[in-house]
Design a protein around this ligand. Structure first.
Ligand code: TUI
Length: 311
């Protein structure tokens, strides 16, 4: 019923990806999303290849459906994770925070589907030329490492510029966001923050509760002057970043303050000093649901909305 270019390309039931969130998107979360008919994605983040390998082995026990691996191209372990993905022939690779470079061709030779995150039209054109199967256009509404353009502006411009399918990301957490993305010409949606507050997500309860109690204006972008801006929920940590920005502190001071902060939030539930990476849509999320409930509300809800609009 919901088959389109993306569901055909990846052999999945619903055109929805669960965002690859560093420290958050493990085999349990990704496996639950894939079992529910979306594309579950394990996030390699800054983790070494042995952790990634164990999560891939784990997800293959949880589901026989396709899944993805998000490779963060700024990771110190980028090369070993890229090689591992090739060796284990993961079905889908999503790259973020940089270019997949020469790996794209190597992965394509193994018939791996490659979907880079693109912050601009020129980057999307380059990825299409290099042989990407689809692109994810992620607006600055997203949590974590962000580009400058909004989803609303980025998606239709990329859709007009390239011929491969576009997945919209950033600011989407319900049926209205997904319907809007489809109207912009997207063939699928990627959803992060909504899945962070899911029953199958292993994130510390304090982090989930913080998202649930957030309002629309509670996320901020830190580190614009470092070249690696990150969106997260305001707290003591983001206030420290703000002070460093005001004094024009050097890059290594930002690194020292930010080191280990994501783990602190996700694993320890330290909502004061941890990095609470979340998107601007956090204010919309009011409850914890199962992954299958989330997918049903977003995708079946979006199709119903579009249908009722056409009547
Ligand atoms: O990668 C993300 N979001 C992330 S990665 C992450 S892990 C992290 N931990 C600590 C500090 C910083 C990051 C948390 N959130 N989203 C995908 C994304 N990719 N957003 C923007 C881009 C991007 C930016 C530039 C993709 C390609 C690109 O290429 C520039 C070029 O010309 O090579």
């Amino acid at each position: 019923m919901h088959r389109n270019q993306i569901t055909e390309l990846l052999n999945i039931k619903y055109p929805i990806f669960q965002g690859g969130m560093a420290w958050v998107s493990d085999a349990d979360l990704a496996g639950a999303v894939s079992n529910a008919g979306g594309l579950g994605i394990i996030a390699a983040g800054n983790a070494p290849a042995d952790w990634v390998e164990s999560e891939i082995n784990k997800i293959r026990k949880i589901t026989d459906k396709p899944f993805g691996l998000n490779i963060m191209m700024m990771s110190p372990f980028k090369d070993e994770v890229c090689e591992l993905a090739l060796k284990l022939e993961v079905p889908v690779i999503i790259t973020g925070a940089g270019s997949p470079g020469n790996y794209l061709e190597l992965w394509k030779k193994k018939n791996i589907k490659v979907i880079p995150v693109c912050p601009s039209t020129s980057f999307a054109l380059r990825m299409e030329r290099y042989g990407a199967d689809a692109v994810i256009c992620e607006g600055t509404e997203a949590g974590g490492h962000v580009g400058q353009l909004t989803t609303m502006a980025l998606v239709p411009q990329v859709v007009d510029a390239i011929s491969i399918p576009v997945i919209a990301a950033g600011g989407i957490a319900d049926k209205r966001g997904a319907a809007a993305a489809f109207m912009l010409g997207a063939s699928g949606v990627q959803v992060g923050t909504r899945f962070l507050v899911s029953k199958e997500c292993n994130v510390h309860q304090n982090f989930k509760d913080k998202v649930i109690s957030s309002k629309d204006i509670h996320t901020v972008v830190s580190g614009l002057n470092t070249g690696h801006p990150v969106r997260s929920i305001k707290n003591s940590l983001t206030n420290k970043f703000k002070k460093l920005e005001k004094t024009g502190a050097p890059m290594d001071e930002f690194d020292n303050v930010g080191k280990g902060a994501l783990r602190k939030a996700v694993v320890e539930g330290d909502i004061k000093n941890g990095s609470l990476m979340a998107g601007q849509i956090a204010g919309l999320i009011k409850d914890e649901l199962s992954c299958s409930e989330i997918i049903d509300e977003i995708i079946n809800g979006a199709y119903d909305l579009i249908e009722s609009f056409n009547k």
